[in-house]
Design a protein around this ligand. Sequence first.
Ligand code: NDP
Ligand SMILES: O=C(O)C1=N[C@H](C(=O)O)C[C@H](O)C1
Length: 266
Amino acid sequence: MTRIVIMGASGRMGQMLIETINRSDNATLVGATERPGHAWVGRDLGVAMGGVETGVPVVDDARDILAGADAVIDFTSPATTVALADVAAQAGVVHVIGTTGLSEDDIAALEQMPDTAKIVRAGNMSLGVNLLVQLTKKVAAALDEDFDIEIVEAHHRHKVDAPSGTALMLGEAAAEGRGVALKDVKDSGRDGITGARKRGDIGFAALRGGDVVGEHDVIFAADGERIVLRHLATDRAIFARGAVKAAVWAQDKQPGHYNMLDVLGL
Ligand SMILES: NC(=O)C1=CN([C@@H]2O[C@H](COP(=O)(O)OP(=O)(O)OC[C@H]3O[C@@H](n4cnc5c(N)ncnc54)[C@H](OP(=O)(O)O)[C@@H]3O)[C@@H](O)[C@H]2O)C=CC1
Ligand SMILES: O=C(O)C1=N[C@H](C(=O)O)C[C@H](O)C1
């Protein structure tokens, strides 16, 4: 049994992760956190979620509970994630990171964690999107710059970062397929008189509204034809299942940095 702590237990993903672990045969929930001052802190997790007592209290500092855990799953905010990475590395537990919106500095900070850090990070933990990442790389490698690449994503009204972590993964895959660096061809800020599209650019567009779980199109648009690769998420359980799988998978791996392609063997 992999003993797991959930960060941000009251969040959309936090609650989905707790339900997923409760149904799992190879993972068990040993702790839950929320940010300091949150109404759930100090309460029993089951009661806070509107159910029966579980004996798992919600705490506001992961340091208090990581000693009894094998892994911590973290879908919170960039600042929380970077701070937790050090704590998880010191405790020698797997750190599964689903948080998106990390800046270049945040990613550099994660990469500079102590040698004991064992991190699995992905902007999308679902099987379908990770398969789409591989397909995108292949299609981009097969086509030349006559095909303009555009990535369009849609999410619920509460999402705070754009482009989504998934869109950036797909953009990285497309750039890798083309043999270029995404930072050199990324265009995510069209507004006003932008001028004509630059050949070879990879464009991003983000829609926000309602309760959309997550939708991503990778469009390869040429003169006379268009290829569209699409993933539609209709249930957050797909992300939670991937994250729990990552926590279990990483338990017997060497410290280092992994992603969902490693976990899924894609
Ligand atoms: N990789 C993937 O597959 C997926 C990634 N995501 C990403 O996961 C992140 C969370 O998404 P979502 O669940 O929708 O967001 P929510 O806002 O619903 O959840 C985040 C939770 O973290 C809590 N939190 C904030 N700071 C701390 C802290 N210091 N310690 C403990 N908990 C804290 C928040 O509390 P409070 O609200 O009180 O601040 C909140 O409950 C986003 O970055 C999103 O993009 C989402 C889905 C899939
Ligand atoms: O915030 C979300 O909800 C999601 N975030 C991830 C992202 O940024 O791509 C994954 C998924 O699309 C849902």
